[in-house]
Design a protein around this ligand. Structure first.
Ligand code: NAD
Ligand code: IPM
Ligand code: MN
Length: 365
């Protein structure tokens, strides 16, 4: 299997966590005789500083010439006062739009070993396994008009969707639900917003193509609560761009940490893979970052771009094993390190790599 992977590590903890993900992927390639090639380009704040733009042309060209893009994170406090279209985050939105993936898969899986590390009670979260499907190219993020008219003291953004944009992401979500527990929950704000009424009507139409999948609708405010009260009731959760951004971070509470969450964006020219978390300027450069979200993102590359399901599962199992052995990054240990061994980013990465190797070597015999 050959894969050409572009790594855009970005800012803050981005290079720390993608470094560990790439090391795991290299191990998988070496053990299985696969040919993975990695190139690196700048995006976000580092690109603003070096190239004067958050998405340099050579980064985009290399991305379009790759089989998969692994992005770390973008953003930093020093760019806070820039206009939205000049900030590091603009580079991320530009590369998402250019690669064209509209379905952002954000699995939130509660490893049972982490039940004691969540602020929620273990009996609430144990067994929770949710797949968020977040629409990634529409809504408020990309709608026009948008402006901050400083003279008027007024600003506006536009939440806009076409029926086709809703239908294509809904089809992906129903298709995935059909292969899981056959339940789809569509989240909207149809009691107030016309966009959400279009969303709901379109989802109901697409549902007719998937008679085996049961469909439920929830308003986003109620959903934020249901997720904390009864996360196990949900299988696939489909929602628009901004609601998906917010609910997926919330799901970090179910999994024990935002640092556990991976993502894969499919449906476009080149799949884009990113952990859900940001650049975490508060802990950057200190070896405190949890690389598991990025490593699990690597597993999604194996699954969705490499078709290497067994290897993807081996990486996921390795993460579980390392947790089972009591190893934790500080975000998971939460200052209560009793019974756990708290490790740095690179230490936990090395443990996972060694466990991946054990598993793949064992499975070859
Ligand atoms: P954040 O996700 O960077 O951090 C939120 C909190 O979670 C922080 O306390 C951080 O220390 C912690 N955290 C995040 N990831 C972690 C990890 N892997 N291990 C341990 N702890 C982790 O969100 P923020 O602070 O709101 O944003 C910081 C910057 O990141 C902003 O510029 C924002 O726009 C950007 N951002 C980028 C992305 C992306 O590039 N995909 C995603 C989200 C936020
Ligand atoms: C995410 C991030 C991004 C988003 C930002 C950094 C543009 O929060 O991937 O969740 O809002 O999509
Ligand atoms: Mn987010």
């Amino acid at each position: 299997m050959k894969l050409k992977i572009l790594v855009t590590a970005g800012d803050g903890i981005g290079p720390e966590v993608t470094g560990e993900a790439v090391a795991v992927l290299r191990e998988v390639a070496a053990l299985g005789g696969h040919e993975f090639t990695f190139s690196e380009r700048r995006i976000g704040g580092v690109a603003i500083v070096a190239d004067g733009t958050p998405l340099p042309a050579d980064t985009l060209a290399e991305a379009l010439d790759s089989d998969a893009v692994l992005l770390g994170a973008v953003g930093g406090n020093e760019f806070y006062s820039l206009a939205p279209d000049k900030r590091p985050e603009a580079g991320l939105l530009q590369i998402r739009a250019a690669l064209g993936g509209f379905a952002n898969l954000r699995p939130a899986f509660a490893f049972k070993e982490l039940a004691v590390n969540s602020p929620l009670r273990p009996e609430i979260i144990e067994g929770a396994d949710i797949l968020f499907v977040r629409e990634l190219l529409g809504g408020l993020y990309f709608g026009n008009p948008r402006e901050w008219d400083k003279a008027k003291g007024e600003a506006w953004n536009t939440m806009r969707y076409t029926k086709e944009e809703v239908a294509r992401v809904a089809r992906i979500a129903f298709g995935l639900a059909a292969k899981r527990r056959k339940k789809l929950c569509s989240v909207d704000k149809a009691n107030v917003l016309e966009v959400s009424q279009l969303w709901r009507a379109t989802v109901m139409e697409v549902a007719k193509e998937f008679p085996d999948v049961s469909l439920e609708h929830q308003y986003v405010d109620a959903m934020a609560m249901h997720l904390m009260n009864r996360p196990r009731d949900y299988d696939v959760v489909l929602t628009e761009n901004l609601f998906g951004d917010i609910l997926s971070d919330e799901s970090g509470v179910i999994t024990g940490s935002l640092g556990m969450l991976p993502s894969a964006t499919i449906g476009g020219k080149v799949n884009l893979y990113e952990p859900v978390h940001g650049s975490a300027p508060d802990i950057a450069g200190k070896g405190l970052a949890n690389p598991m979200g990025a490593i699990l993102t690597g597993a999604l590359i194996l699954r969705h771009s490499g078709g290497l399901e067994a290897e993807a599962v081996a990486v996921e199992n390795a993460v579980r094993k390392v947790l089972e052995q009591g190893f934790r990054t500080p975000d998971l240990a939460r200052g209560n390190a009793q019974g756990f061994t708290v490790l740095s980013t690179t230490e936990v990465g090395a443990k996972i790599r060694a466990t991946v190797k054990e598993q793949l070597v064992a499975s070859n015999h």
